[in-house]
Design a protein around this ligand. Structure first.
Ligand code: PLP
Length: 462
């Protein structure tokens, strides 16, 4: 029988021997080993040595209602005893996912018609590509296959979703991106705007870049654009006001669908139930995952508008069955966790709380970092924030990448008992704590981050 060891060194040596840790320098990891987390409560985590950490990232932007919620654990337990699993292929269904689908359609930020359930944000975005392709095949426009994403966008790691992801480190070694994917300019003011450029001019430039790309590729070859309302892993990049209406106007001119990747922003992170509402986005398709269950059980969803849905239904006469679905699609345990999670969010007013705590967090971040010599930008929206570090402020100048500034700060923060995250291809650390974080805990999170930044700043002048 396997026993769970609570003893740190044993777990660490087993991990080093058996677990494949992607996104690490593998040879280093085999030497240094993992940090093994064994327990969570609220915003606090405990490792196998009994060391406590404030989780400033809600896991990976997902444990929104915090750790240790008995309501979710009990819902999973009840569902497992009643019906742990049956599939939802062909005409089969189970009860709990049906109720969740009804709830999601009622909650959607713009009218939506149907939901398809998967397991991860990556598979949701993969599925959206198949939906776009089937939709255009059904309309007799089979050449409209290209999908445009943004540089720095993060949409997952399957072959298709990694291709959408606009980060070279997720492409190299795998011959990606696949050839139907293109990338356009992100709304990243610090590095993409002209000095002193107004929001309106910056928005016009971004919309022009997208339209130029669509025209260069040929509008009859472009099926959809995928965008996160606020870009998360690529740098917590908040678009200027008017950005999505300008993007939507371009897409409407060229008969191109808009997919909102709400994997991080869905279910309250930006202080509204969906990021599309906060960012004035009018999508045709919406991907959700992470916060739908606060990560207690893996679950993703693709929401589909009536226009797309009806075309798919009508297209079956010529195209045949929509041949897609996973063994674990519409898993009853995940649906039970999601319903309990959404119930907590609604009953405890956690969306509004995320907005209020977010405002408090941005004030504390500004207080702690605005005058810091290493800080080039502080940004965010709702309960997600980021601090970007620069070698010089005027004009903004990047650090030499080999200095690995953000990685060093994250390590120094860990020594202070704070989990934050270094974002790839940006000297940026991010904050995305559970919505249940208190004001005192936010103040502690920011002060620990400040200590970590000062420690790395001291190393740099030495
Ligand atoms: N989309 C966004 C916006 C994400 O942030 C992520 C993960 O961080 C994904 C998609 C991929 O989700 P998953 O890791 O569940 O496959």
């Amino acid at each position: 029988m396997t026993t769970i060891l609570r003893n740190g060194p044993d777990l660490e040596s087993l991990d080093k021997r058996y677990l494949f840790h992607p996104f690490t320098a593998l040879a280093d990891h085999e030497r240094t080993g993992p940090q093994v987390i064994v327990k969570g409560e609220g915003v606090w985590l405990e490792d196998a040595h009994g060391q406590r950490y404030l989780d400033g990232m809600a896991g990976l932007w997902c444990v929104n209602v915090g750790y240790g919620r008995p309501e979710i654990a009990e819902a999973i337990h009840r569902q497992a005893l009643t019906l742990p699993y049956f599939h939802s292929f062909s005409s089969w269904a189970t009860d709990t996912p049906i109720l969740l689908a009804e709830k999601l359609i009622e909650m959607a930020p713009v009218p939506m018609s149907k939901v398809f359930f998967g397991q991860s944000g990556s598979d949701a975005n993969d599925t959206q590509i198949k939906i776009v392709w089937y939709y255009n095949n059904a309309r007799g426009k089979p050449q409209k296959k290209k999908i445009i994403a943004r540089r720095r966008g993060y949409h997952g790691v399957t072959l298709a979703s990694a291709s959408l992801t606009g980060m070279p480190s997720l492409h190299s070694g795998f011959d990606l991106p696949l050839d139907f994917v293109r990338h356009t300019t992100p709304p990243y003011r610090l590095w993409e705007a002209e000095p002193g450029q107004s929001d309106a001019d910056f928005v016009a430039k971004l919309a022009r870049d997208l339209e130029d790309l669509i025209l260069a590729e040929g509008p009859d070859t472009v099926g959809a654009v995928i965008m996160e309302p606020v870009m998360g892993a690529g740098g917590v990049i908040v678009p200027p006001k008017g950005y999505y209406p300008a993007i939507r106007a371009v897409l409407d001119r060229h008969d191109v669908l808009l997919i909102a990747d709400e994997v991080i922003s869905g279910f309250g992170r930006l202080g509204t139930m969906f990021g599309a509402t906060a960012m004035e986005m009018q999508p045709d398709l919406i991907s959700v995952a992470k916060g739908i269950t606060s990560a207690y059980v893996p679950l993703s969803g693709c929401m589909v508008s009536e226009k797309v849905w009806r075309t798919i239904v009508d297209g079956q006469a010529t195209l045949g069955v929509f041949g897609h679905g996973y063994t674990y699609s519409a898993h009853p345990l995940a649906a039970a966790a999601a319903l309990a999670n959404l119930d907590i969010i609604e009953k405890d007013g956690l969306v509004e709380q995320a907005g209020r705590r977010g405002a408090f967090m941005h004030e504390r971040l500004a207080e702690a970092f605005a005058d810091h010599p290493l800080v080039g930008d502080i940004r965010g929206h709702g309960l997600v924030g980021a601090v970007e570090f620069v070698a010089a402020k005027e004009p903004a100048t990047r650090f030499e990448p080999s200095l690995k500034i953000a990685g060093r700060i994250v390590k120094a923060a860990l020594a202070e008992g704070l989990i934050t995250r270094a974002l790839p291809h940006a000297d940026t650390i991010s904050f995305s704590p559970p919505f249940v974080i208190s004001e005192d805990e936010i103040a502690l999170m920011v002060s620990r981050a400040r200590t970590a930044v000062d420690r790395v700043a001291d190393e740099l002048v030495r």
